[in-house]
Design a protein around this ligand. Structure first.
Ligand SMILES: Cc1ncc(COP(=O)(O)O)c(C=O)c1O
Length: 440
């Protein structure tokens, strides 16, 4: 019987004894001298990348983790698959260890395998991840999010950032009875916000894209939408802070039109401030989506907002089988515990500032031109004058043991400690010198 393969013929598998779980608290990143985890199978004849490319149509289910996306070159020989991640360190399938500046596209702000989060997840899984009923954790998390997020009077939980922002758009359309959306930013892969092949032309026509921080473009798009404007949906930070005028104008335009202002705080939530950029920018949206750092790498997202808009969920359909599974809820509750005990956004800002400064020093010392650091400290990037030079730098940096993000963003994490900062500077320096030598 197929089931016997998993359960060894027993009716139910025993839970691990508690002392095995306790060992998690003592878990640390393996030392450089320590033995690396073994890959899950005997060394395959084909590499994991080759195997991935044979069965995953794009090579990786997360687009930014394809070799081409990681290194700017599908043939680059940098690592693509990992077996272990702890703190800010990643062990690739060949046993090589890397310092990670990408933090899984910002999904992790504390650190990989953070013990308190891991413990909470294991406890939740041990108690049965799902059941006929909702988990109590869903209620507790929603209550706590309502106290932390300025616009949140109600919350609905989902799994991904794209889902949460799509839900905000659905709620705005349901509440207003209108269709058109004016949007600025990246919101994930769903139809309403995508220009990709396969999206119906009619769906694309229902959205007008405007450039970041362009007040005149925003005004023009809102005028053109006229009485059909359901929402303005903004990613509040894209590579730099916006002008206060842009956000304030969006607020005023929505108020005048009777439309909903939506902030996509998937990257900014629990990073710039606990309640997202709305906590510090002086403009409160009607609806906002959260994800990524909220659950430190576990799949959870939330749409939140004012009660009347959120209650229009009763008049449409937004639901997912695993939206309230316990492990991600437990992870998020553990993350919120951390936020209550320490000023995590301030730590991320300081750490990010130091990461950037380390790379700035490396750039200055190398004399390499055509590259600078940009962004806000918690999420910063290296901007290059030529993508081929960026790829060459990334490949050299990997050989020096550091994974930098191609394009936006490198994300600071609490786990980036003093040693990590020194290694980042040393690797950036060596990679820039190697690049200068290539170009000489
Ligand atoms: C601002 C923003 N919104 C939405 C998304 C989509 O989130 P997810 O990839 O979890 O669906 C992302 C992902 O990077 C994002 O940065």
């Amino acid at each position: 019987m197929a089931f016997n393969r998993f359960f060894g013929g027993r009716k139910s598998a025993p839970l691990p004894p508690p002392d095995e779980l306790d060992a998690l608290d003592d878990r640390e990143a393996p030392s450089d001298e320590g033995e690396a985890e073994e890959a899950p199978e005997e060394a395959p004849e084909r590499s994991w990348r080759e195997r991935a490319e044979a069965v995953l149509p794009t090579g990786a289910s997360t687009g930014s983790k394809r070799a081409e996306a990681l290194y700017g070159d599908a043939e680059a020989d940098g690592p693509t698959h990992f077996i272990d991640a702890a703190g800010c360190r990643v062990t690739a399938v060949d046993g090589e260890r890397y310092l990670d500046c990408t933090m899984a596209l910002g999904a992790v702000a504390l650190g990989y395998a953070e013990p308190r989060v891991t413990r909470a997840v294991i406890d939740a899984a041990s108690q049965g991840n799902v059941a006929a009923l909702s988990s109590w954790r869903e209620v507790e998390l929603a209550e706590r999010l309502c106290t932390l997020i300025p616009c949140a009077e109600r919350v609905q939980l989902l799994k991904t950032g794209a889902e949460a922002t799509s839900a905000a758009v659905r709620l705005a359309r349901t509440y207003t009875g209108r269709t058109h959306v004016v949007a600025s930013g990246y919101f994930g892969w769903h139809d309403w916000s995508s220009d990709a092949a396969g999206v119906p032309a009619g769906t694309k026509r229902d959205v007008t894209r405007v450039a970041f921080d362009d007040v005149a473009a925003l005004e023009r798009a809102v005028t053109a939408a006229g009485t059909d404007l359901a929402a303005i949906v903004l990613e509040p930070i894209v590579e730099r802070l916006p002008s206060t005028e842009w956000l304030a104008r969006a607020r005023a335009l929505c108020d005048a039109a009777g439309a909903a202002l939506v902030f996509d705080e998937v990257k900014t939530g629990f990073r710039l401030a606990r309640g997202g950029y709305q906590e510090v920018c002086g403009v409160t949206p009607d609806l906002a989506s959260f994800g990524k750092a909220m659950a430190n790498g576990y799949p959870l997202a939330a749409v939140s907002g004012l009660a009347p808009l959120m209650e229009s969920a009763r008049n449409t359909w937004i639901s997912s089988t695993l939206a309230s599974e316990s492990t991600a809820l437990a992870a998020a509750l553990a993350v919120l515990d951390w936020h209550e005990e320490a000023d995590i956004p301030a730590t991320l800002a300081e750490t990010g500032r130091e990461m950037r400064a380390a790379v700035d020093r490396a750039i200055d010392a190398s004399g390499v031109a055509g590259v600078q650091t940009l962004g806000v400290d918690q999420m910063w990037l290296m901007q290059w004058d030529d993508p081929r030079r960026e790829s060459a730098f990334l490949r050299h940096a990997v050989r020096e043991g550091v994974l930098f993000k191609r394009g936006a963003y490198n994300f600071a994490a609490v786990a980036h400690d003093e040693d990590a900062l020194r290694e980042i500077e040393a690797a950036a320096s060596a990679a820039l010198v190697a690049l200068a030598e290539d170009e000489a």
